[in-house]
Write a new protein. Structure first.
Length: 132
C-alpha cells in the first residue's frame, strides 16, 4: 500500500510540471527586448512567464503570438498572423513580471517561437525561439 501511494504521488509530481523551458536570450527584430522568460506546464496547462527584469520599448497594441516559424525565419512584418500565428494575449506591460495562459486547444510542439508584435503598425518587436 505504501509503495502504491508513493508511486502515485511521484507520478503526480512528475506529470504536473513535465514541460519547462526558460531563458533570457531574446531575438531582437526592431526593438531591444530583455529579461528572463519561461514556459511551464501545470496540470496540463501551459503558461508563458516574463520575469521581473523584462523590459522593452512601450508601443501601441503590443501582442504576444505563438508562431510556427523560428525568429530567424520571420522576415515579413505581417508574417505573424498570416502564417499560422496564434494570439496568446495583449502584452500587459512593457516591463516587469507577467504571466500568460497559452491557448488550450493548441499543440505547443507545432510552434517554434513566441513573438512580441505591434499589430497596429505591423512591426515585430522581437521574440524567443522555443524548443520542441
Amino acid at each position: 500500500m505504501k509503495t502504491t501511494v508513493f508511486t502515485f504521488l511521484l507520478f503526480t509530481l512528475i506529470t504536473s510540471s513535465a514541460y519547462t523551458q526558460n531563458g533570457n536570450q531574446w531575438v531582437e527584430k526592431v526593438y531591444n527586448v530583455k529579461g528572463n522568460w519561461s514556459i511551464t506546464e501545470k496540470n496540463g496547462q501551459h503558461y508563458f512567464r516574463l520575469g521581473s527584469n523584462f523590459n522593452t520599448l512601450a508601443g501601441p497594441n503590443l501582442k504576444l503570438y505563438l508562431s510556427p516559424l523560428k525568429m530567424s525565419e520571420i522576415k515579413n512584418r505581417e508574417a505573424i498572423d498570416k502564417e499560422g500565428g496564434v494570439l496568446i494575449a495583449e502584452l500587459k506591460s512593457n516591463k516587469g513580471s507577467q504571466q500568460y495562459k497559452l491557448p488550450e486547444d493548441i499543440n505547443l510542439t507545432d510552434y517554434k517561437s513566441i513573438v512580441i508584435h505591434c499589430q497596429q503598425f505591423a512591426v515585430v518587436w522581437g521574440g524567443v525561439d522555443i524548443e520542441k
